[in-house]
Design a protein around this ligand. Structure first.
Ligand code: CA
Length: 366
């Protein structure tokens, strides 16, 4: 019997075992899932279950994989705390207890210093520019290199667009107003605030509201109006600052356990990867569509005061950001390499953005 006939004649895992037993020169077949088997995967996330944009974005990745594979892969999504805690997502997928993890890369900076460059960099790339760097500027290859030692394959799987600067109960008129402020702000933004004299804290989303309410936090950033309204942050802080200098276009990730991925046939691998690409686009579209509506509700219904950070504060934060990023880039060889790539890309792409999009947006608002 020819091998091809043999495969088509027997469905499921039994066929795989039989092939591996009779064909010693084809060892890769012994670990490949056949086209007819159903693969059940778990996705753990750092977001509250079904949380607008982020949690639903994770759900969307799962739904797309289920649909595009015609049910050959079934993904079950777990919110933060359901299977594991928000900050245990990385280790859980790394050891293979779940096959997928939806999160933000900067949450893992304690394990991989370079991970901060794959979320969002203060005064760095916008969402469009970030996607360009990842897909067309070598960024994703570097990200894969960073996660490889942990048996993980990273993927961009969502973007919030430019975030808001955060919620405060006092006005920020100068840098000194940030001194001693206990603020929830993760990633590089947090490092910048630390250098500016604040006390940055990294907390999962679900813990922000009670921490502000109890006074454990003085201020927080989260995402933008769409998400911040859903958390009710307006109930515990009155000033809402723009712009989100610290997260100009935050990429969300969906990491895949490499061993589980390698067991899939090529078409399913492509489906998994491309489902994440679709989800990456959809999340950005959703945020762009919903943020202004939510902002209007915050201002008109909940009487939130929208404030702009003064230019002087932003100029100083930008200067500190450059110092912090340079220090971060020296943490290890990979960080140096990743930042060199992103820095070069920013310098190039910013010139084009200024000539094209920035010039147009200026014209539109004349
Ligand atoms: Ca944020």
């Amino acid at each position: 019997m020819k091998r091809r006939d043999f495969i088509s004649g027997i469905a499921g895992a039994t066929a795989v075992t039989a092939i591996s037993a009779c064909g010693k020169n084809e060892p890769q077949l012994s670990t490949t899932i056949t086209n007819t088997a159903t693969v059940n995967w778990k996705m753990v996330t750092t977001w509250p279950k079904n949380f607008p944009g982020l949690g639903t974005g994770a759900n969307r990745v799962a739904q797309l994989i289920n649909e595009m594979s015609g049910g050959r892969i079934k993904v079950k999504v777990y919110g933060a705390g359901e299977l594991v805690g928000a900050f245990e997502v990385f280790d859980t997928v790394s050891r293979g207890s779940a096959q997928l993890g939806h999160a933000g890369a900067y949450y893992w900076k304690g394990k991989i210093p370079a991970s901060v460059f794959f979320s969002s960099v203060p005064f760095g790339l916008t969402a469009t520019e970030m996607n360009s760097w990842l897909y067309n500027g070598g960024g994703l290859k570097l990200w894969e290199e960073a996660y490889k030692p942990f048996g993980l394959i990273p993927n961009p799987a969502g973007n919030t667009g430019t975030q808001m600067g955060g919620w405060f109960n006092k006005e920020i008129n100068s840098l000194s107003d940030l001194k001693g402020l206990k603020m929830r702000i993760p990633g590089l933004g947090g490092e910048v605030l630390k250098k500016a004299g604040a006390l940055p804290i990294s907390l999962p989303g679900g813990e922000i509201f009670p921490s502000l309410q109890s006074g454990a936090l003085d201020a927080t950033e989260w995402v933008g109006p769409y998400n911040d309204l859903a958390f009710g942050l307006y109930k515990v802080a009155k000033y809402y600052y723009t712009p989100g200098w610290h997260e100009p276009g935050s990429t969300m990730e969906c990491m895949i356990n490499e061993k589980a991925f390698n067991k899939l046939p090529k078409d399913l691998q492509s489906i998994v990867r491309n489902a994440m690409k679709v989800a990456n686009l959809e999340m950005l579209s959703e945020y762009t569509a919903r943020n202004q509506q939510a902002l209007q509700t915050l201002i008109e219904k909940h009487k939130v005061q929208l404030k702009h950070f003064p230019d002087k504060v932003l100029t100083e934060l930008k200067k500190i950001s450059a110092e912090v990023i340079n220090d971060e880039a020296k943490k290890d060889q990979l960080s140096t390499k990743v930042w060199a790539s992103q820095k070069e890309f920013i310098e190039q792409v910013a010139k084009w953005t200024n000539i094209s999009e920035t010039a147009f947006i200026k014209a539109r608002s004349l």
